[in-house]
Ligand binder design. Structure first.
Ligand SMILES: [Zn+2]
Length: 120
């Protein structure tokens, strides 16, 4: 009887330790994924900022003109929220007829560009 209680307690403690280890691993993976995303965003910000600077220096457009265009594009998805998030659904490929995911730009089966999908 006593041995059974000790045995069950030991098993529960092992399960709890295992669950804690799994949770730590999940948290570490999430932190790593977030760090990679932050790095990617910072690199993209650098590139966009550099392109904007080149265009401004070469007289292609001013930063104010660029901001107007950003607002137009922002509004084109139906919301002025500082983001561009068009509402897309699955799309059938005109070439092979297979259905592709809502974010696909080209057909994942045959590589055909999908109509109306933008690169960015
Ligand atoms: Zn296709």
């Amino acid at each position: 009887m006593y041995y059974g209680w000790v045995h069950n307690s030991y098993g529960a403690a092992r399960q709890a330790a295992h669950a804690a280890t799994d949770a730590e691993s999940s948290a570490r993976r999430a932190e790593n994924a977030m760090a990679r995303l932050e790095d990617a965003i910072e690199r993209q910000t650098l590139i966009i900022r550099s392109l904007l600077e080149v265009c401004s220096r070469k007289g292609v457009f001013t930063e104010d003109e660029f901001r107007e265009i950003v607002t137009e594009v922002d509004l084109s998805d139906g919301r002025l929220d500082g983001k561009y998030k068009p509402q897309l659904g699955p799309q059938q490929c005109a070439n092979c007829g297979k259905t592709n995911g809502k974010r696909a730009v080209t057909c994942m089966y045959c590589g055909n560009p999908l109509d109306g999908r933008e690169l960015v």
